[in-house]
Design a protein around this ligand. Structure first.
Ligand SMILES: [Zn+2]
Length: 239
């Protein structure tokens, strides 16, 4: 079945073989680039990473990549949000770090050089081969600050540097054009389970996050797979 003929939700195959089980395709997967290394994902708040790149993080972890989910601040309900974040990280198979640990804080509670210092520490400790974080077009100022902080950390080490789409509980139109698409057909449900682990955020407030499945479906259609997450590329380093 050709990709364009595939009914919605059907496994996409070429020559009768599933694209995802084709070893030649797997070998050039996003995750294959980072096997044996560490990828660090940095989010301003709990749940940002799941919304922005949960499927990608789960795919990396499933491939054997060490994935660290770093959350910069927990603005409210500290114990609950940390507990939810731990559950979510376990679902995605990732290690969790809270940078401003010990109590509720906002990004703006620290000076910019202190924030960069925290992010520097992360890069020094984990020596990531890739970093995923917010992008500069996000409408949430905290998110943009984390992006700029991670831009600064590039002076310490060379790593691939990606931005995920703007993350939000209620959809707001903001510009974001992916330049890399990660097949998350096998991890989209894991992503949604990880988002659902943030019980205090979505259903409890009458909010839905199913539109993240819709976004992944549209991105998947762009590249001929069932579901994909889009990343913008800030920097790629080749040997
Ligand atoms: Zn956030």
């Amino acid at each position: 079945m050709h990709v364009s003929d595939a009914p919605l939700g059907a496994a996409i195959t070429q020559g009768g073989q599933s694209i995802c089980s084709d070893p030649a395709v797997s070998a050039r997967s996003f995750a294959a680039r980072y096997v044996g290394a560490t990828v660090v994902a940095v989010g301003a708040h709990p749940d940002d990473l799941e919304l922005g790149a949960g499927g990608t993080l789960a795919a990396l972890s499933a491939a054997g990549v060490q994935v660290v989910m770093a959350i910069c601040s927990v603005p409210a309900d500290y114990d609950t949000r940390v507990s939810e974040a731990k559950d979510s990280a376990a679902i995605l198979g990732c290690e969790l770090r809270i940078l401003m640990a010990g109590g509720c804080k906002r990004i703006e509670d620290v000076k910019n050089h202190q924030l960069v210092g925290l992010l520097d520490g992360l890069v020094r400790e984990y020596k990531p081969l890739a970093v995923l974080t917010h992008g500069p077009t996000d409408f949430h100022h905290d998110h943009v600050q984390i992006y700029h902080g991670m831009v600064a950390t590039q002076r310490l080490a060379c790593f691939d540097f990606y931005s995920f789409l703007p993350t939000m509980c209620r959809p707001v139109p903001v510009p974001f054009q992916p330049r890399a698409y990660i097949d998350v057909s096998h991890t989209i449900d894991t992503k949604l389970r990880a988002i659902a682990a943030h019980k205090s955020q979505f259903y409890a407030r009458g909010l839905t996050f199913e539109f993240y499945r819709d976004i992944a479906r549209v991105n998947g259609r762009m590249v001929g797979v069932e579901y994909a997450e889009g990343l913008d590329i800030n920097k790629l380093v080749f040997a």
